[in-house]
Design a protein around this ligand. Structure first.
Ligand SMILES: [Ca+2]
Length: 544
């Protein structure tokens, strides 16, 4: 793909992350190098060419830090070391060196809302008296009575958000009881995270994905909420609820998106800017109303904030248009970079949520948009959520709700690499979650070189996407919802048209338009001389 000199100059000027494609690696499920059934850093190093060949610009590594792994590594016991199940610091250095050699930038996860109860600080807090500085690193309080916690908040993984310790005090955990929330008003907490940021930056990473970035500051911590279960449900994407009910509840969260979080990120930004390269961070921030997302990407704060709208949006012209248009106006309106994600490790996979054809169309639709795209490992293969037996499940959300919430394991099943029989080359041992035998045709090897495959569609699309990187200015809607199921936009000289209807729709095109990408393979490369094309149901095309 040739790039005009002007465009090349523009790309040179703008920071690398502005229109980057980030590939999210869930280390436990990427590739197992030593046969113990769990993915590891060496496995990532060995197979990083897969990410380069896909056409991604950066990797985001979900946590690989020392952890009892009760919440998929998001329960960190030492944020400045590698868990033995994933390898060691030397393996991390080798992985970072390999990424640099492949010209891939590196984001690592930072988990500032809580530590694991296996972090030395928590043992120190338990061993210290009420009111001690060791306890003040977490949220320890006396209960309302000797048997009633300080308030009625519910953990996002179910059950009370409080657990009582031996001397009668209670500690707050918005997630699992093994994940005590940190008290960000404590100076030790602030200093420790600054040390962690520097530690990884000094090892060469290019930035961070900030877990629960909206959760660090808590308000009214000793007051009850008037609908704690509703609030807890509203905060989970896998619990169905009307948008109206969800919005109403989310407007009253006392522990998320409080104004106090922003001072923390202004401090972090100063650290990022003290490095002589474009260090960036993306916030996982669930906020309401959506306008509040823009606060995280003010010029002296973070560079990106995840936009989760597409993780829940139905495959519908009006909904997609509304979601994209709102994001472009909101985020673009403050001069920040929009982000687009269809799947991640916390939500149902897009192919299961909207269907295979629709997922491919959605991918093409979003890859043309201005901003950054995040791809969750396996999304490029079109993987669905795996069906799991309850006996195989590992997500604490499943256990804390007695199985009411099935949890997120279905999206976390290891990648199928090659061969005809499960576990498809992922491991020489027994994978930590079983890989369905029905995935034989979805492995990297099975899809490579097969033009109709999801993998080859992603590879082609990301290659073509590179020629579009010209910022927000070049974007314009060319078809807004009109009842046909079609919506389309122009990006520079390229038109992206998606048909959300369950039947084909005829569209008039400029004379001699060429289909440069199609989510349904048989249109690929076709020149449309007569000016009309029939766009298949649930499909997306790029034309030029
Ligand atoms: Ca391993």
């Amino acid at each position: 793909m040739s790039i005009s000199p002007d465009l090349a100059a523009l790309q040179h000027q703008q920071p690398w992350w502005k229109e980057a494609v980030f590939y999210q690696i869930y280390p436990r499920s990427f590739f197992d190098s030593n046969g113990d059934g769990e993915g590891d850093l060496r496995g990532i190093t060995q197979h990083l060419e897969h990410v380069r060949d896909l056409g991604a610009d950066a990797i985001w590594l979900s946590p690989f830090y020392t952890s009892p792994n009760k919440d998929g590594g998001y329960d960190v016991a030492n944020p400045r070391d590698v868990d033995p199940r994933h390898g060691n610091l030397q393996d991390a250095r080798e992985l970072f060196a390999k990424a640099k050699a492949l010209d891939l930038k590196i984001l690592v996860d930072i988990v500032p809302n809580h530590f694991s109860d296996a972090h030395p600080w928590f043992a120190q807090a338990l061993a210290s008296p009420k009111g001690s500085s060791q306890r003040s690193r977490f949220h320890f309080y006396d209960g309302k009575t000797s048997t009633t916690p300080p308030n009625n908040w519910i953990s996002l993984f179910g059950g009370s958000a409080w657990t009582q310790v031996e001397d009668g005090q209670w500690y707050l955990h918005l997630f699992d009881s093994s994940q005590p929330d940190l008290n960000w008003e404590n100076a030790d907490v602030k200093a420790d995270f600054e040390e962690t940021l520097r530690f990884w930056l000094n090892l060469g990473v290019d930035g961070f994905r900030i877990d629960v970035a909206h959760g660090l500051a808590k308000e009214n911590i000793l007051a009850d909420h008037d609908d704690p279960q509703g609030l807890s449900d509203a905060l989970r994407l896998d619990v169905e609820m009307s948008a109206e009910a969800r919005g109403k509840l989310l407007a009253s969260v006392p522990f998320f998106d409080r104004d106090g979080v922003h001072e923390i990120y202004r401090g972090w930004r100063k650290i990022f800017d003290s490095y002589n390269r474009d260090v960036m961070a993306v916030a996982e921030a669930w906020v309401h109303p959506p306008e509040r997302a823009t606060l995280y990407v003010r010029p002296d704060e973070l560079q990106q904030v995840f936009n989760f709208d597409l993780l829940v949006a139905p495959f519908d012209d009006k909904e997609l248009f509304a979601c994209v248009d709102r994001t472009l106006k909101l985020i673009g309106g403050v001069g920040a970079t929009p982000t687009w994600a269809l799947s991640n490790h916390d939500t149902p996979r897009v192919a299961s949520r909207v269907g295979d054809e629709q997922a491919r169309a959605l991918a093409l639709f979003t890859f043309g948009l201005p901003g950054s795209c995040y791809i969750f490992q396996g999304q490029e293969l079109g993987l669905p959520d795996a069906e799991l037996e309850d006996t195989d499940r590992q997500d604490p959300a499943f256990f804390r709700t007695n199985g009411v919430q099935k949890g997120r394991d279905g999206a976390r099943v290891p990648l199928p690499w090659n061969g005809n029989a499960t576990p498809f080359g992922f491991t020489e041992g027994k994978p930590w979650l079983p890989i369905p035998q029905s995935w034989a045709h979805l492995s990297v090897a099975a899809e490579s070189g097969v033009p109709q495959s999801s993998l080859e569609l992603y590879r082609r699309a990301l290659q073509v996407r590179g020629s579009l990187q010209s910022g927000l200015a070049s974007f314009a809607w060319t078809q807004t919802p009109n009842g046909s199921g079609l919506i389309s936009y122009r990006r520079g000289d390229t038109y992206v048209i998606v048909n959300t209807a369950a039947h084909e729709v005829s569209v008039k095109l400029p004379e001699d338009a060429t289909v440069i990408l199609s989510s349904i393979y048989d249109l690929q490369g076709r020149v449309i001389p007569a000016g009309h094309i029939r766009i298949a149901a649930h499909s997306c095309i790029w034309i030029r």
